[in-house]
Design a protein around this ligand. Structure first.
Ligand code: SF4
Ligand code: MG
Length: 331
């Protein structure tokens, strides 16, 4: 059947700002190429994990899919409807179905609003409650569902712990009964002891409510735990994508292999040591030509500097964008 989400050749360039000297010298504006033609689908009920280093464009991608950031080009389809073509009013209505959970529960909750107001706001925006009473009842119900006390309805965000604040963020995302949620590093700001509780909650909610997730994280163990499929991003492009076991057990792109080499493998020590990541992430203002990973790739050869690798199919539903993807079988 038609996937719930279809993203086609999505591009996001941030407009360059020119300094006075640049203007005087007639130099063009440098734009940041945050997304460079990203395509993928998310099936109904699936979790697509999106992994990459900070600055690779994964948060931008999550926001561009929801049009919280306006894409420069490309198309996003939600349940057959072209999200990128919606008018502002249509987009507002669509937001009921497509929500986001942010990384930082501190920054994303208005400190001057009570939980009843914060979590109840989507009900107001989408006219989902006939009365104030009904809104309060709905907020109380969703609070209990995410593990908060309904009696704490009139408290302010600062009266909750970090983990509780993220539960408030989850309640706010869920109250309009969405079908699709972008989870943007939802546990990265939390203590490790709290992370597992929130991940468990997100998995339970997904099963119970039939949700579909795009789950953004830099943490490969989190991605490995809850994803059905994984997309690996590097400098605004997906360099490898496939079923989670295939990508994590038999990665075919040297970048994915290097991400995994940072995780100790207890079953086969030594195996993951083959690809060591060196150097810094190049600036998205001036991405390298050819394969964008060539400046850090331990396996790079001359042609990698000039030839952009095409995406190859290396297994069922498994693709990788490296000239040598077919040969790079580990283990
Ligand atoms: Fe490395 Fe070349 Fe493959 Fe790019 S195409 S990942 S530089 S081997
Ligand atoms: Mg981010």
């Amino acid at each position: 059947s038609e996937p719930l989400i279809r993203v086609e050749s999505l591009v996001k360039h941030y407009g360059g700002r020119r300094s006075l000297m640049d203007r005087l010298a007639g130099r063009p504006a440098i734009s940041i190429r945050a997304l460079n033609g990203v395509s993928f689908t998310v099936a109904r009920g699936e979790t697509l994990g999106l992994i990459g280093e900070s600055g690779c464009g994964k948060s931008t991608l999550g926001r561009a899919v929801l049009r919280l950031h306006e894409p420069t080009a490309g198309r996003v389809t939600f349940d057959g409807a072209d999200v990128t073509a919606l008018s502002p009013a249509e987009l507002k209505a669509m937001r009921r179905d497509m929500q986001i959970i942010f990384q930082d529960p501190y920054a994303s909750l208005n400190p001057r609003r009570t939980v009843a107001e914060i979590v109840g706001l989507p009900l107001k925006l989408h006219n989902l409650a006939k009365s104030g009473r009904e809104a309060r009842d709905k907020v109380a119900a969703i609070m209990e569902r995410v593990g908060l006390k309904a009696a704490h309805l009139d408290r302010y965000p600062h009266q909750f712990s970090g983990g509780q604040r993220q539960r408030i963020g989850i309640a706010r995302a869920l109250i309009s009964n969405p079908r699709f949620i972008v989870c943007d590093e939802p546990v990265s700001a939390l203590d490790v002891s709290i992370q597992a509780q929130i991940i468990k909650l997100l998995i339970e909610l997904k099963r119970e409510l039939g949700l579909t997730y795009l789950f953004v994280s830099h943490d490969i163990s989190v991605i490995g735990y809850l994803s059905d499929r994984v997309a690996v991003m590097y400098l605004g492009e997906i360099v490898e994508m496939g079923p989670v076991e295939r990508v994590l057990q038999s990665p075919r792109h040297p970048y994915t292999q290097s991400l995994l080499s940072a995780v100790p493998d207890v079953d086969s020590p030594g195996l993951r040591k083959r690809v060591k990541l060196t150097g810094d992430l190049p600036s998205p203002q001036a991405p390298p030509p050819g394969c964008k990973f060539h400046t850090r790739c331990p396996l790079a050869v001359e042609r990698c500097r000039t030839d952009v690798p095409v995406v190859r199919t290396v297994g069922e539903g498994h693709t990788a964008a490296c000239h040598f993807a077919e040969e790079l079988v580990q283990g």
